[in-house]
Write a protein that binds this ligand. Sequence first.
Ligand SMILES: O=C(O)CCC(=O)C(=O)O
Ligand SMILES: [Fe+2]
Length: 284
Amino acid sequence: MNALVSPPIRELKPGFGAEIEGIDFSSATDAQKAMIVDAFHHHGALLLRDQQMSPDDLLAFIRLFGEAEGHTLQQFTLPGYPNIYILSNKVVDGRPIGAHNDGVGWHTDYSYKAEPVMSTLLYAVEVPPEGADTLLADLCAAYDALPPERREALEGLKLHHSYQHFMENREWGAMKLSEEIKAQTPDVIHPLIRTHPADGRKALWVSTGTVKEIIGVPNPEGLALVNELVEWATQDRFVYRHKWRVGDVLMWDNRCTLHTGTLYDDTKYDRLMHRLWVKGDRPY
Ligand SMILES: O=C(O)CCC(=O)C(=O)O
Ligand SMILES: [Fe+2]
């Protein structure tokens, strides 16, 4: 194959994630774009470094994968760009410009919706020299490593996800929801073992935060099982730790990963990331 249409893929860790090297999105060919999309669907995460992405470039990038999903809370979106959400500790004119420490704690985005987002993209505009890594857990590897009898016992279990439960109980930024937001985010039920539509691979699609219970397994045992499975899935052997550089575009597949942000010294350093979501479909 021609090197131009087939740039090198480097796995982020053995069996997981794809860094595509040598592509500048602003001049990428259609064949390269198709290859980026294909790599995303089969590797669980995608990394492109040294990009210069305007807000419109980010929206064009997202459109390769599907439609942009709107954000639940609108107060931290980029002015003029309701589909670009800002993660930051920065305060401008006395007002925080973004959500701070929003994603600390293992989770998968929008899991409290009937159709959770397929993918999350973060674009690094400013990054601290230390801390603020993003961790991704490979839930297909976590599933595959379970003993067969355990996989069988977990098959068919369903999780009750609740945005209200998550927002009222989370460690960072807990808040009471307005009646309007509550009405927009009714609780949902999703399978614990999720099938990936691209190739049928299975993921141990567990999470913390939005998960309130396992249907038919009363708490505290239900949540104890959830916590045990999250611990299993987030062992170092299943986790990729991303150390950010300005210009990184990192996209992960929420259908088969968990992720968490990590803290940093926000008294010393600034962080500014643009986040976009790609619409997803109903988990099965
Ligand atoms: O800030 C991070 O590293 C993770 C943020 C996150 O969880 C998200 O944007 O969905
Ligand atoms: Fe997140």
